[in-house]
Design a protein around this ligand. Structure first.
Ligand code: UTP
Length: 293
């Protein structure tokens, strides 16, 4: 069966960005001039995803409004001749994918957020995309997972090697064997293990391709680490009854889920943005000189 649907959870509290996230989901924080969730929707579209469900928390309005039209603003940009900005604004509404919204009433964990997608997904394989991670590669990571699925018909989770001392921030896999270069048969999945207990340095990054059986498991998954229903725990349970693979991502990953990663990503993207790259580069070189004195 073809993978056509994606779920983007955006109902977390985003505590690492408080107070910025007090009245706004962290998925709306911009990288230069685009909210992170727009990068995610664009990646889904490039991968050939047709339908996307966004799981909102209580600050839902800004995401829906961002992807909706804004006739007043558009009229204003038209009458003042700001055609390029008008096009940029309208592009967001005409991305060519269908967006749907639901709510997670309490931030009870990523697993609970994904469970809210059960009737949207139905009996099809689907992808989960987290706004915390921006990916850059020739073929979008989501598409790479979909290509794996075409061969294996199994759930496949994107992973990447991270420095050993950082494994406790992630879901981590215990690899069994590599069935082909970059595709690993997984023994088990552990959410945020202590550094000394981590079974490998392969961390789960924010893209998952899941078979619909995950919902039967999530329905019965008890809150785990941090009192939250963990998607990693449900995946580990699923791995006992059907194969789950890990796909090693070889492209660039930008972690925008914490302050330092967010700032670094903003600089990286700013250095590629046609409006900012030259001035920003100059500024960074000057700053580097000053800081190294
Ligand atoms: P995170 O743990 O990174 O998000 O969840 P958070 O809890 O918002 O962030 P901090 O730690 O407080 O700063 C990963 C993804 O899962 C979503 C988040 O929106 C994020 O995209 N999520 C998490 C939910 O949708 N619901 C939840 O209950 C928890």
């Amino acid at each position: 069966m073809k993978v056509r649907k994606a779920v983007i959870p955006a109902a977390g509290l985003g505590t690492r960005f408080l107070p910025a996230t007090k009245a706004m989901p962290k998925e709306m924080l911009p990288i230069v001039d685009k909210p992170t969730i727009q990068f995610i929707v664009e990646e889904a579209k490039k991968a050939g995803i047709e339908d996307i469900l966004i799981v909102n928390g209580k600050n839902k309005r800004s995401i829906e409004n961002h992807f909706d039209s804004n006739p007043e603003l558009e009229q204003d940009l038209k009458s003042t001749g700001k055609i390029e900005l008008l096009n940029l604004t309208q592009e967001v509404t005409d991305l060519g994918v269908n967006l749907y919204y639901t709510r997670q009433p309490y931030p009870a964990g990523l697993g609970d957020a994904i469970y809210r997608a059960r009737s949207f997904v139905g009996n099809e394989p689907f992808v989960v995309m987290l706004g915390d991670d921006l990916m850059r590669d020739k073929v979008p990571l989501t598409k790479q997972l979909m290509n794996d699925y075409d061969k294996t018909h199994a759930s496949t989770i994107a992973v990447m090697k991270v420095p050993h001392e950082e494994v406790s921030k992630y879901g981590v896999i215990a690899p069994e064997d590599e069935i082909e270069p970059g595709l690993i048969n997984v023994k088990s999945f552990v959410e945020k293990p202590a550094v000394e207990d981590a079974p490998s340095d392969y961390a789960i990054i924010g893209r998952y391709l899941l078979t619909p059986e995950i919902f039967d498991i999530l329905e019965h998954t008890k809150p785990g680490r941090g009192g939250e229903v963990q998607l990693t725990d449900a995946i580990d349970t699923m791995n006992k009854t059907q194969r789950v693979f890990a796909h090693v991502f070889k492209g660039q990953r930008f972690d925008v889920g914490n302050k330092e990663g967010y700032l670094e990503t903003s600089i990286q993207y700013g250095l590629r943005h046609p409006e900012t790259r030259d001035a920003l580069k100059k500024y960074i070189i000057e700053l580097g000189k000053k800081l190294s004195k």
